[in-house]
Design a protein around this ligand. Structure first.
Ligand code: SF4
Ligand code: SF4
Length: 453
């Protein structure tokens, strides 16, 4: 069993935009709304080129149980359904809408009728809300619990431990009413008895805001946690708030917990209150290359180039642009990449910040092992990966790595440990797929021989 300890990294926080209320940007000329902004099956388009759509209109249905519907973030004309470049460097299907000047909201949008647990989960599904902290897991699936008595605590994630990113901070400061309306919904429809809001101590205003609301609400605790990255990691947060360990290969529910990001919960409450599904995001725009860092309210599908333009453009040529924070963010291949449901930040860095030091030989100092919040052994994983030693990688539990980056941050030799861990996980996945294919082939061969007898 892997006990998460208070390991991690003391990263600089650089929350430059924490005091900045989100500003609504002008409607972009064009949005490209991807069908894969969540974990699971892509959404399936319900519109075709030439169709007129309005803000909040359902434009793609969920492609399966683990999926999420998608709604128009602007009113206008569907220009095409195309493959667009995603932040992952892959092409994915997207509905491209040319915005009109009217920006009309769909007529008849009304709060959903919620009367019991099932209609609550259905409403969450219809809202299009997915894990907005970055994970993108469909929230309705997370809340679909067979036995509600297993939910001992819901943990609201307000830790927002990545440097620069302040969109959750703003939710706690500006939309505390929605967070607490969401908590009341969980209590009413899921019979949740214990709610814990976990916030890093370096956000004293958020702690105070949530504490003052919690004092008037039964069954809600606010925990001010050490500012140690990755405090917001799901398993780390569960351990540091309710002291439970998620068993290896299991889900938080197996430890009696559901973890919801605070912005996710606010988005659910907003939908149930107004009927407006998830069509826009607060995105932190920052980094050393950005002229005027801001928190920006952007329609989903907005090209990130428009966000930077709204923030005064670049003061120096950006050499690296990230979706998300510097620890776990993904480098963007192109500024035309769209804002997605789970985009909480776009960061642009100048040459000095974007240049990675050359890795040198491992000096066996153990700093990476010491930093890992899951007690993994990154240096050993690296060595096993270099030898393509699948069995050793399994023993080292490389698959548990949450790619938080603490090991690489701590490494004095600047080894590319996270990248290696990702490759090691890919090797394990390929090995498992090959074994499954071989087992299926054998099964078919056996059946063929039986039939020939
Ligand atoms: S990236 Fe993986 S191995 Fe490295 S510290 Fe994080 S969890 Fe541990
Ligand atoms: S921190 Fe870097 S140098 Fe130290 S043991 Fe780990 S990989 Fe080697």
């Amino acid at each position: 069993m892997h006990l998460p300890k208070l390991h991690g990294a003391h990263v600089p926080h650089r929350k430059n935009t924490a005091g900045m209320r989100p500003e609504r940007m002008p409607t972009p000329k064009m949005v490209s709304i991807p069908m894969s902004m969540h974990i699971g099956a892509p959404a399936e388009p319900l519109v075709k080129p030439g169709d007129q759509v309005k803000v909040g209109q359902l434009i793609a249905k969920a492609g399966g149980f683990v999926s999420s519907p998608v709604h128009a973030s602007v009113s206008g004309k569907v220009k095409r359904i195309d493959d667009v470049l995603s932040g992952m460097g892959r092409f994915m299907k997207a509905i491209v809408i040319e915005a009109d000047p009217e920006q009309e909201t769909l007529e008849g949008l009304a709060p959903p009728v919620v009367t019991d647990y099932q209609s609550f989960v259905d409403a969450v599904r219809e809202s299009g809300v997915v894990g907005l902290g970055g994970a993108g897991f469909p929230t309705a699936v997370k809340l679909s619990v067979k036995d509600l008595s297993k939910v001992e605590a819901v943990i609201i994630n307000g830790a927002e431990c990545e440097p620069y990113v302040t969109s959750d901070t703003r939710t706690m400061l500006d939309d505390g009413d929605l967070i607490f309306e969401g908590i009341e919904l969980l209590k009413k429809y899921m019979q949740v008895k214990r709610v814990v809001i976990g916030i890093e101590k370096n956000k004293p205003q958020c702690v105070a805001e949530m504490q003052s609301r919690a004092a008037k609400t039964q069954g809600v605790e606010v925990m001010a946690l050490p500012a140690l990255y990755p405090q917001g990691g799901e398993k780390v947060l569960i351990y540091n708030t309710i002291g439970r360990v998620v068993p290896e290969g299991k889900l938080p529910l197996d430890a009696g917990a559901i973890v919801l990001n605070c912005t996710t919960l606010a988005a659910i409450a907003r939908y149930i209150k107004t009927g407006m599904p998830l069509v826009e995001k607060v995105v932190t725009v920052d980094g050393s290359a950005v002229r005027e860092p801001k928190n920006v309210i952007a329609p989903i599908g907005t090209p990130v180039s428009d966000l930077f333009e709204f923030c005064g453009g670049f003061k120096s040529e950006p050499k690296k642009v990230l979706y998300g924070g510097p620890m776990m963010g993904i480098a963007m291949p192109d500024l035309s990449c769209p804002v997605m449901k789970n985009t909480n930040a776009v960061l642009a860095f100048d040459e000095r910040d974007a240049t990675l030091p050359e890795p040198t030989a491992c000096i066996r100092c153990g700093s990476c092992v010491d930093a890992c919040p899951l007690n993994l052994m990154p240096t050993e994983i690296e060595s096993a990966y270099e030898k393509r030693d699948v069995e050793r990688l399994k023993k080292l539990k490389a698959n548990l790595c949450m790619e938080c980056g603490c090991c690489a941050y701590a490494c004095p030799a600047k080894r590319m440990l996270v990248q290696t861990n990702k490759l090691a996980k890919g090797l394990l996945a390929a090995d498992a797929a090959a074994k499954r294919a071989e087992a299926e082939r054998k099964e078919k061969e056996k059946a063929r021989k039986e039939a020939a007898k």
